[in-house]
Design a binder for this molecule. Structure first.
Ligand code: PLP
Length: 466
């Protein structure tokens, strides 16, 4: 469908309805309504269009999920076919569906060795709720029911249900709901700009940051600790790429105390880091017991999430567990599973994951790094198809802007104006583009980001803020 074939949209009327009736996630509704929401009406490849016809490169893959890009007829066909044959059936009462069975087998093919089982949910948040249930059930079955505590990290994002928000380490979320729930505690994140010591190498910082896990385990008593959970690269926290020394040391500590390791791969899974799962990237290199996934499993075309269950937990659950009293009406939803199958097959048959590793991600890394010569920008880094940089007030002295100035939001707004979606997280500006981005599209995206940095700097100068 060409843009010209689309019906015209009455932007003002849509904005008015949205403002009158729609409460947006993670949004200050009053200030949104004053400005009016941008109405997105179409997507094709790595681009989206708004109702006023502006073309925008989607540097965030929607919300970290549209890994294959927009407009994939094969995914549409898979959904259409399944909806005609059997739009829905459940998996509760000794029944399954063809797509749920086929996808389970397909996921075990692409997962790291030892992952032969999957539990389906509708989202990453529900996946992490399921993680808590699985972890505690496992230790019950091991005769160690006192092992209840899950350790996570400040500034982690694990979702927005009560349990997933508790696992996450977002203080703004904890404040609005008396979180975390009991049995969850947090250590500091491996973010050197915040926690590094002067003159400390990245390697030494990574080891020291991992050591915070061991200190916490010893403080709590190892026999009380059930699991550690982390994102291979923190996404919503601002694309925090840990030093290469960090994850292997975390793995060593988990092994030493017999603690389960959970890799939240809701962002890093399905090729985002150039491997099927982020834990397989040499920079991460862990052997988790559970893997949470969502987002990229369907490239966002339909909602689906789940947990890949490693051997030791699966065996306990199946051989000793009896009923596992947990599940969702839409666990293994056949239409969502059908789209996931088409998505995984396309990622595989088109060599997308491999191309990210050998071509697209290295090219993005080189081009993104050039942004660090901009007077506002530093620490421009990427891993696979996620990247982030820091907005500095004075790069040489490494001083940041006063948070009240909202410099990141100014930059984000300039990005939108210049036709690229880039996200602001405090001092960091981040991207996670579709995995299918070409070199030309990367060049255009970087040029638009650079122009937005220029515009942000000019604005700050005009207001006498720099
Ligand atoms: C988005 C996200 C979640 C939550 O997934 P939802 O589908 O929004 O519930 C969990 N973990 C990570 C790492 C995420 O990025």
């Amino acid at each position: 469908m060409k843009l010209n074939d689309l019906p015209t949209f009455d932007t003002a009327a849509l904005r008015a309805k949205d403002a009158a009736h729609h409460l947006h996630p993670f949004t200050d509704t009053r200030s949104l309504n004053a400005a009016g929401a941008r109405v997105i009406v179409r997507g094709e490849g790595v681009r989206i269009w708004d109702s006023e016809g502006q073309e925008i490169i989607d540097g965030m893959s929607g919300l970290w999920c549209v890994n294959l890009g927009y407009g994939r007829q094969d995914l549409v066909d898979a959904a259409t076919h399944q909806m005609q044959v059997l739009p829905y059936y459940n998996a509760f009462f000794k029944t399954t569906t063809a797509p749920a069975a086929e996808l389970s087998a397909l996921l075990s093919e692409i997962a790291p060795p030892g992952f032969e089982h999957v539990f389906f949910t509708n989202s990453g948040s529900e996946g992490n709720d399921t993680v808590i249930r699985l972890v505690r059930r496992y230790w019950d079955l091991q005769g160690q029911p006192q092992r209840k505590i899950l350790i996570s990290r400040h500034n982690a994002y694990h979702g927005s249900t009560m349990a997933a928000a508790s696992l996450g380490g977002m203080s703004g979320m904890h404040e609005q709901g008396d979180l975390p729930i009991p049995g969850i505690t947090h250590i500091d994140q491996p973010y050197q700009l915040q926690h590094g010591k002067p003159g400390e190498s990245e390697h030494d910082f990574g080891l020291r940051a991992a050591g915070w896990l061991e200190a916490k385990i010893l403080e709590l008593g190892a026999d009380q600790v059930a699991a550690f959970i982390g994102e291979p690269v923190q996404g919503a926290g601002g694309v925090i790429i840990p030093p290469a020394s960090y994850w292997p040391e975390i793995q060593r500590i988990c092994d030493k105390y017999g603690i389960l390791l959970v890799s939240d791969e809701v962002i890093c899974g399905f090729g985002r880091l150039g491997h099927w799962f982020g834990c397989q990237h040499p920079h991460i290199n862990t052997r988790p017991d559970l893997i949470t996934f969502a987002k990229g499993v369907t490239s966002g075309y339909l909602p689906l999430g789940g947990v890949l269950v490693g051997e030791r937990i699966a065996r306990a659950l199946i051989e000793q567990g009896g009923d596992f009293n947990h599940g969702f009406t839409y666990s293994g939803h056949p239409t969502c599973c059908a789209v996931a199958i088409a998505n995984v097959q396309a990622l595989r048959s088109e060599g997308v994951v491999q191309r990210v590793a050998t071509d697209t991600a290295p090219y993005l890394a080189r081009q993104f790094a050039t942004l660090a010569d901009h007077p506002l920008a530093g620490d421009a880094q990427s891993l696979g198809m996620v990247a982030g940089l820091v907005l500095y007030k004075d790069k040489a002295a490494r001083t940041l802007f006063d948070a009240d100035l909202g410099v990141g939001y100014r930059c984000r707004d300039n990005c939108f104006k210049n036709g690229v979606v880039m996200r602001a997280v405090e001092e960091r500006m981040i991207i996670a583009p579709p995995l299918v981005m070409t070199h030309d599209e990367i060049d255009l995206m970087i040029a638009r980001i650079r122009r937005s940095l220029d515009d942000t700097l000019a604005g700050l100068r005009a207001e006498g803020l720099i």
